[in-house]
Write a protein that binds this ligand. Structure first.
Ligand code: NAD
Ligand code: LMR
Length: 340
C-alpha cells in the first residue's frame, strides 16, 4: 500500500512538473485597465492561457460586462470583474502577475511623453495599491510613456519598501513583434522562425532594433534596407496612431504582445528553463538605470539581464543617440514621484 501511495504521489508530482493545463500551479493574473482597447483583447488572450487559474479584470468602469463575457469561455481560469477603487484591493490580492494597460492613448501629432501628465498619476496610484495588496507580484507595465512609467513604479515601490527590481518589467514586446514582422517581410523569410532583439526604451529613437543579430541571417538586405527597417520599427506605434486617425493607438497587436510577455513571465515563475524576452528593466548593462534588453525569466522574475552582444556601427551610433532622451525620460519619472 505504501508503494502504491508513493508511486501515485510521484506521478502526481510529475504531472505537476509537466504543467498540463489542469495541473499547472495556481496563478492569479490581474489586468488593470481591462475594459480598454488593449485590456479587452488582453483579457480574452489571458483567458485562453492554461497557465492562468484566476483572472481578475479591473477598471474604473465597464469591467462587469467584460468579465461576464470572457467568463463564459470554457477554459481553466476563473474570471472576476472589479470596478472602482474600492474593489482594487480585492482584484490585486494574491496576484502573481499584474499587467497594467491603464491610461490614455495617443492621438495623431502626440508623442508618448505627451501622455505623461495623465498617465503618471494613474500609474502611481495603481502601483501604490500593488505595494499594499500584492507586494510580491510581478508587474508588467504597458501604460505609456513606458520610459517614465517604469521608473515611476520603481520609486513608488521603493517608498513603500516593497521594491524588487527583479519583478518590474516595462513591456517592449510589441517592438520585438514589429521588428520580426517587418524583417521577415523585407528579407522574405518565414516569420515564424524569425528572432530580432530590440533594446533601449519604448519611444521613437530610444527603440533600437538589432537587425545585425536577427536570425535567420539575411544576406539580401542593404544598409538602406536596415535603415528603413529600423525607422519603421521605431515609428510602428505612430503608423498605427495615424491609421486609426484619432481613435487611439495599437490595441490588438499590443494585446498579443502583452499576452506573449505575460506567458513568458508565467513560464519563468513555473520553472521552465531558458525563457528569454526583451524587456525594459533595472539594468547595469549601460550607464542608464533602466534599459531594455534580453532578459532571462525565472521563478523570481528577472533571473539575468543579458548583455547587448556585438553591435554594428549603425547600431552603436543609435545606442549613443538614444541615451540622452532615455535618461531624461527616466529622470522625469523619478522626479514625479519624489516631488508629488
Ligand atoms: P484605452 O483608453 O482604450 O483604455 C485604457 C483603459 O484604462 C480605459 O478602459 C480606462 O477606463 C482605464 N483606466 C483609466 N484610468 C484608470 C485607473 N485609474 N485604473 C484602472 N483603469 C483605468 O487605451 P488603450 O489603447 O488600451 O491604451 C492604454 C495604454 O497603453 C496607453 O497609455 C497607451 O499609450 C499604452 N500602450 C502601450 C504600448 C506598449 O507597447 N507598451 C502599446 C500600445 C499602447
Ligand atoms: C505603440 O508602440 O504602439 C504604443 O506605444 C502606443 C503608441 O502610442 O504608439
Amino acid at each position: 500500500a505504501l508503494r502504491r501511495g508513493n508511486s501515485a504521489s510521484s506521478s502526481a508530482h510529475l504531472l505537476r512538473r509537466g504543467f498540463s493545463s489542469e495541473s499547472a500551479p495556481e496563478r492569479k493574473v490581474a489586468v488593470l485597465g481591462a475594459a480598454g482597447g488593449i485590456g479587452q483583447p488582453l483579457a480574452l488572450l489571458m483567458k485562453l492561457n492554461p497557465l492562468v487559474s484566476k483572472l481578475a479584470l479591473y477598471d474604473i468602469a465597464g469591467t462587469p460586462g467584460v468579465a461576464a463575457d470572457v467568463s463564459h469561455i470554457n477554459t481553466r481560469s476563473e474570471v472576476a470583474g472589479y470596478m472602482g477603487e474600492e474593489q482594487l484591493g480585492q482584484a490585486l490580492e494574491g496576484c502573481d502577475i499584474v499587467v497594467i494597460p491603464a491610461g490614455v492613448p495617443r492621438k495623431p501629432g502626440m508623442t508618448r511623453d505627451d501622455l505623461f501628465n495623465i498617465n503618471a498619476g494613474i500609474v502611481k496610484s495603481l502601483c501604490t495599491a500593488i505595494a499594499k495588496y500584492c507586494p510580491h507580484a510581478i508587474v508588467n507595465m504597458i501604460s505609456n510613456p513606458v520610459n517614465s512609467t517604469v521608473p515611476i513604479a520603481a520609486e513608488v515601490f521603493k517608498k513603500a519598501g516593497t521594491y524588487d527590481e527583479k519583478k518590474l518589467f516595462g513591456v517592449t514586446t510589441l517592438d520585438v513583434v514589429r521588428a520580426k514582422t517587418f524583417y521577415a517581410g523585407k528579407a522574405k523569410v518565414p516569420v515564424g522562425g524569425v528572432d530580432v532583439p530590440v533594446v533601449g526604451g519604448h519611444a521613437g529613437i530610444t527603440i533600437l532594433p538589432l537587425f545585425s543579430q536577427a536570425t535567420p541571417k539575411a544576406n539580401n538586405l542593404s544598409d538602406e534596407d536596415i535603415t528603413a527597417l529600423t525607422k519603421r520599427t521605431q515609428d510602428g506605434g505612430t503608423e498605427v496612431v495615424e491609421a486609426k486617425a484619432g481613435k487611439g493607438s495599437a490595441t490588438l497587436s499590443m494585446a498579443y504582445a502583452g499576452a506573449v510577455f505575460a506567458d513568458a513571465c508565467l513560464k519563468g515563475l513555473n520553472g521552465v528553463q531558458d525563457v528569454v524576452e526583451c524587456s525594459f528593466v533595472q539594468s547595469s548593462i549601460t550607464e542608464l538605470p533602466f534599459f531594455a534588453s534580453k532578459v532571462r525569466l525565472g521563478k523570481n522574475g528577472v533571473e539575468e539581464v543579458l548583455g547587448l552582444g556585438p553591435l554594428s556601427d549603425y547600431e552603436k551610433q543609435g545606442l549613443e543617440s538614444l541615451k540622452p532622451e532615455l535618461k531624461s525620460s527616466i529622470e522625469k519619472g523619478i522626479k514625479f514621484v519624489n516631488q508629488s
